[in-house]
Design a protein around this ligand. Structure first.
Ligand code: ADP
Ligand code: MG
Length: 257
């Protein structure tokens, strides 16, 4: 458990309990990891019943923290919070500007992050609707994304494959390839950062996460990203003992514009 996050959780709860006052005291409420806008966004989502309690960290990444949330109906949700201060804007700019769905004129950092979060939401929606095994998106607001929590009923998150390799690598890899093909053919997206860090092992079923950088097939970089994704997967699964090759997987996925 990250004590900083616990402290921030307590602060979010404190704000919720308080009547909303535009006092200078309220404006001062901040924390080491959540800035004022993040706290206000969480507060708003709590008021809209998307969230009741934040219950600790699942992951502290380079650009985002993933926390476990609990709703009023006692369901778990995953709350992904992008940090405004430390995000990689060059990368975001590169992926967002190549996407015809997002006509981003702004160079403003905050706006770019919001567009990035919105892109992750839309990508998840599209993939989920296409039947790809991804978390169902629930809502996004500013730099906060709330999605289906992937884990057991006790609230333990499903581990990334990197931390918990499959029992039967061959079988798992075959299931993963079915998901990958569906991702491209039905979701009409290329992941762009596919690896065992971004694949959860949910009771030996592969579940793909982290699709903020995923691009539409029309994007000029889509083919190159797919080739890179396949290379990464083939390397990783070869190490896990699967007999496969780049050519075989590339042919199976059958990329066409
Ligand atoms: N929906 C989810 N349910 C459970 N755990 C999740 C979920 N989404 C992300 N995680 C956990 O948080 C980690 C980071 O999430 P990810 O979306 O990959 O963000 P990052 O950009 O930090 O890599 C994942 O490796 C996984 O352990
Ligand atoms: Mg990730």
């Amino acid at each position: 458990m990250d004590s900083k996050i616990d402290k921030a959780d307590a602060k979010v709860q404190k704000i919720r309990e308080r009547k909303r006052r535009k006092s200078s005291e309220d404006r001062k409420v901040g924390s080491e990891i959540f800035d004022k806008i993040t706290l206000e966004t969480l507060y708003k989502l709590a008021n809209q019943d998307y969230l009741d309690v934040l219950n600790g960290a699942v992951s502290t990444g380079k650009e985002a923290n993933v926390l476990k949330g609990i709703t009023k109906n006692n369901n778990y949700v995953a709350v992904k919070i992008y940090r405004i201060a430390t995000s990689d804007f060059k990368k975001m700019d590169y992926y967002v500007h190549g996407d015809p769905r997002f006509n981003i004129k702004t160079k403003n950092k905050r706006q770019l992050i919001y567009a990035w979060v919105n892109k992750e939401f839309k990508n998840l929606k599209r993939l989920h609707n296409a039947g790809v095994n991804v978390p169902e998106p629930i809502v996004n607001s500013n730099n906060v994304l709330i999605i289906e929590f992937i884990g057991d009923t006790k609230g333990n998150p499903a581990p990334p494959v990197k931390n918990q390799p499959p029992k039967d690598s061959e079988e798992f890899f075959n299931k993963l390839l079915v998901q990958l093909k569906k991702f491209v053919h039905d979701g009409k997206l290329v992941h762009g950062d596919l690896s065992n860090y971004n694949i959860l092992n949910q009771n030996e079923e592969p579940l793909i996460i982290d699709v903020s950088q995923s691009v539409v097939l029309d994007n000029p970089i889509s083919h190159e990203l797919l080739q890179r994704d396949i290379k990464t997967l083939v390397n990783e699964y070869k190490k896990l003992g699967v007999k496969t090759s780049y050519e075989e997987v590339y042919k199976y996925v059958d990329f066409k514009l």
